[in-house]
Design a binder for this molecule. Structure first.
Ligand code: HAM
Length: 438
């Protein structure tokens, strides 16, 4: 065996795997266009500084980073969000608002490998800049849902958990915690699902143990799973900020209901998102069975453009990863069989027939048909076998007799019927066959 192997966590895409990947990208792209999002792209390699403190400790610890030959500290991008903020920040005045952009790109994180997690993966990112209200969340949650439903997934397969970091901060403030402690507690909340009570240990080590009554209140808040439970909690705490925020919640949920998305979206304050920059509503998509890691995640991040040194600009966005998503489609039998069959296979006699066939092959390909033929001279029997195996619907036969008569024999490989067509009418004949007019 040769000694060069793919690096751990990196993937090769043989043609069948690439066909599946392209299938995801094609539908994601199509869906984003139907929502009026414009596509952009950006560099894979970025200044390391772009991610330091901006993305949060977890991502910072997972960077593929190095010093380039010019002495610059650089990193392979682990996510798109800081980059897209820079792109928008640079041209903020010239761009028509709201700015609705999407991208499909590859990212790199040095993570522990597990099912659905690799060290390189693709994400579909969609972000809206310049819209401070819940209208942006409405649009993005709708796009996220449609990006999954477009593949045939339904509410039985996935759901979107909706939460709110603003609400968490207001709540923790009402409990008497300052900003630094609140952030530390939110980290604990983020890890609670995975670690249970242990998630609070680092906070206790830094700030001292939580009063049991406060921990109980935090756990009760984390357990909220409906608007009515949220309303009950908030009314017991009071406070204008909390009340106003509850109004945003009602409007957002009403919008989503009007879009027919209530069955997909669930209130779930257990989600707070690990990334450092989120400021408001946050959401994550999961498979219903709870077998896979997150399919997608996102939220509002109103301060990041400003933190990068540009004029402040409100923003909301999300990303879907390709790995868990493909696993889910496969589990549900929703990954189509993507064999790349030619439309037409050309069976050729000797050298003179080959030259005659070449002209037609070029013309058919130029007209958009997928045409294949044997590179080398082969016995007719072998060529017919190859034609059948290729999955083509039509075979075109160029033999000595056909050439002498100025015709091409057109064989319908499904019906197993054939007829002779004057060479000059071949393109029209093929076209008629594929548009159902033959
Ligand atoms: P994230 O939650 O880090 O958010 O990633 C979003 C999705 O990317 C995850 O739900 C998962 O499907 C996929 N993903 C992340 N890491 C890996 C990995 N190591 N292997 C495979 N898939 C992975 C963000 O990246 C934010 N920048 C999203 C965003 C856009 N927020 C606002 N705009």
């Amino acid at each position: 065996m040769a000694s060069f192997q793919t690096l751990p966590g990196f993937r090769e895409f043989y043609p069948d795997a690439l066909a599946r990947r392209n299938h995801l990208f094609r539908l994601w792209r199509q869906t984003a266009h139907t929502f009026g999002f414009a596509e952009y792209d950006a560099p894979v390699l970025e200044p390391l500084e772009l991610y330091k403190t901006k993305s949060g400790d977890e991502i910072e610890g997972q960077l593929f980073s190095f010093t380039d030959k010019g002495g610059r500290e650089v990193a392979l991008r682990p996510e798109m969000t800081p980059t897209v903020c820079r792109l928008v920040g640079e041209r903020a005045n010239a761009l028509k608002r709201p700015i609705k952009w999407f991208s499909i790109a590859e990212f790199y994180r040095y993570e522990r490998m597990q099912k659905g997690r690799g060290r390189c993966f693709f994400q579909f990112n969609a972000d809206i800049f310049g819209e401070p209200g819940i209208e942006a969340e409405t649009e993005l949650i709708a796009l996220l849902a449609q990006n999954l439903c477009a593949f045939g997934l339904t509410e039985q397969d996935f759901y979107i958990r909706l939460s709110d970091r603003n609400l968490w901060f207001f709540f923790l403030e009402a409990l008497g915690f300052d900003d630094a402690r609140s952030r530390s507690l939110l980290t604990a909340v983020d890890r609670f699902e995975k670690l249970g009570d242990d998630a609070f240990k680092p906070d206790a080590e830094q700030y001292g143990a939580l009063e049991p009554s406060k921990q109980a209140q935090i756990l009760a808040f984390l357990g909220i799973r409906s608007l009515s439970a949220l309303e009950a909690q908030v009314s017991s705490l009071g406070g204008d900020k909390l009340r106003a925020r509850l109004d945003d919640w009602r409007r957002l949920l009403r919008n989503l209901e009007a879009m027919g998305l209530s069955r997909l979206v669930e209130v779930d304050l257990g989600v707070v998102r690990g990334l450092a920059y989120y400021t408001g509503f946050v959401f994550e998509a999961f498979d219903r069975k709870g077998e896979l890691r997150a399919l997608a995640g996102g939220g509002r991040y109103d301060n990041l453009v400003g933190k990068l040194g540009y004029a402040e600009l409100p923003a909301v966005g999300f990303a879907i990863g390709d790995m868990t998503f493909a696993l889910l489609l496969e589990q549900r039998g929703l990954m189509p069989n993507l064999v790349q069959a030619p439309d037409v296979y050309v069976v050729i006699g000797g050298p003179a027939e080959r030259l005659a066939a070449f002209g037609d092959i070029q013309a058919l390909r130029a007209a958009g048909y997928r045409v294949d033929y044997p590179m080398k001279e082969l016995a007719f029997g072998k060529q017919f076998k190859a034609a059948a195996e290729s999955g083509a619907k039509l075979a075109l036969i160029y033999g000595t007799d056909e050439l002498a008569k100025g015709v091409v024999k057109v064989r319908d490989l499904g019906e197993r019927s054939e007829r002779e067509v004057p060479a000059a009418q071949l393109l029209a004949e093929v076209r008629a066959f594929f548009t159902g007019g033959a």
